[in-house]
Design a protein around this ligand. Structure first.
Ligand SMILES: NC(=O)c1ccc[n+]([C@@H]2O[C@H](COP(=O)([O-])OP(=O)(O)OC[C@H]3O[C@@H](n4cnc5c(N)ncnc54)[C@H](OP(=O)(O)O)[C@@H]3O)[C@@H](O)[C@H]2O)c1
Length: 254
């Protein structure tokens, strides 16, 4: 692979959930732009090893760190390993997510707590621990979904967690802007990743989403990675606390 555009040379990116799906595309994309990438994941070592192999064969600087970010002790080990790998962090991208897909009446407090633990609390803890390594010009990018502001059947727990995440990010954006740390979010439409396999009525949703998308095609992980790159560029410094929708125009109609 030949890529001359090394705009992120000497930059360090931490991508939580960076080994699969959208996060994987972001990890590879930032590494292709010259960044040293630390991709975090929870359990799927096979996917992490495969990503490291792909990075190595393309001469990219990418390493993976395993650890469940909802687990206090495991998280501490992850932070320690990040500290060992990097003295500064320029980009912190939160693409890790999970959740229970059930209607509201079937959701227990435990389901909600588990969903919030990775989708909301983990990023707060990551930020508290890694922010001291971020300086002027750094970027934090989160990933939300249309379920943060709209109803998607069975998406109650994840949608609620995304709504909370969006509010949290607006507050980070406001608080960190004077320090030169820009905080924003991206909001992709449906992206065909492993996560979609867990959606009830998956095939119907894919068909309906495609039909309701003016461009006629679903968003790809690479579409999202390009927008994250844009937000990490120095020229994006005046974009603060925004959510960029990447859905082929689908929400224009809803
Ligand atoms: N796919 C969509 O249609 C869509 C649409 C809008 C927004 N989004 C958002 O985009 C982001 C990425 O979604 P995706 O579809 O790419 O997800 P995905 O394919 O399921 O990948 C999730 C990643 O997060 C990691 N992860 C999950 N729980 C973790 C934990 N407790 N600790 C550390 N890492 C953990 C996973 O690690 P393991 O590999 O070890 O499990 C994996 O690397 C999420 O925020 C999602 O809500 C997705």
């Amino acid at each position: 692979m030949i890529n001359q555009n090394l705009t992120f040379k000497n930059k360090v990116a931490v991508v939580a959930g960076g080994t699969r799906g959208i996060g994987r595309a972001i990890s590879l994309h930032l590494a292709q732009r010259g960044a040293k990438v630390i991709a975090l994941y929870a359990r799927n070592r096979e996917a992490a090893d495969e990503l490291e192999k792909e990075a190595l064969s393309n001469n990219l600087n990418l390493t993976t760190i395993r650890g469940d970010l909802t687990h206090p002790e495991k998280s501490k080990e992850v932070y320690q390993q990040i500290n060992d790998h990097a003295s500064q962090i320029d980009f912190l991208i939160h693409s890790a997510a999970s959740g229970v897909h059930r209607p509201a009446t079937e959701l227990t407090e435990k389901h909600l707590a588990w969903t919030f633990s990775i989708n909301v609390f983990a990023i707060h803890s990551l930020i508290l621990n890694l922010k001291p390594k971020m300086c002027r010009g750094s970027r934090i990018v989160g990933i939300t979904s249309s379920g943060g502001t709209r109803v998607i059947p069975y998406y109650t727990a994840v949608g609620a967690s995304k709504g909370a995440l969006e509010s949290l990010f607006r507050h980070y954006a406001y608080e960190f802007a004077p320090e030169g740390i820009s905080v924003n979010m991206v909001c992709p439409g449906l992206v065909l990743t492993d996560a979609v396999d867990a959606f009830p009525e998956k095939e119907t949703r894919i068909q309906k989403s495609t039909e309701a998308t003016p461009t006629g095609s679903l968003t790809t992980p690479e579409d999202v990675a390009h927008v994250v790159e844009f937000l990490c560029q120095p020229y994006s410094q005046q974009i603060i606390g925004q959510t960029i929708i990447i859905d082929g125009g689908k929400t224009l109609l809803s």
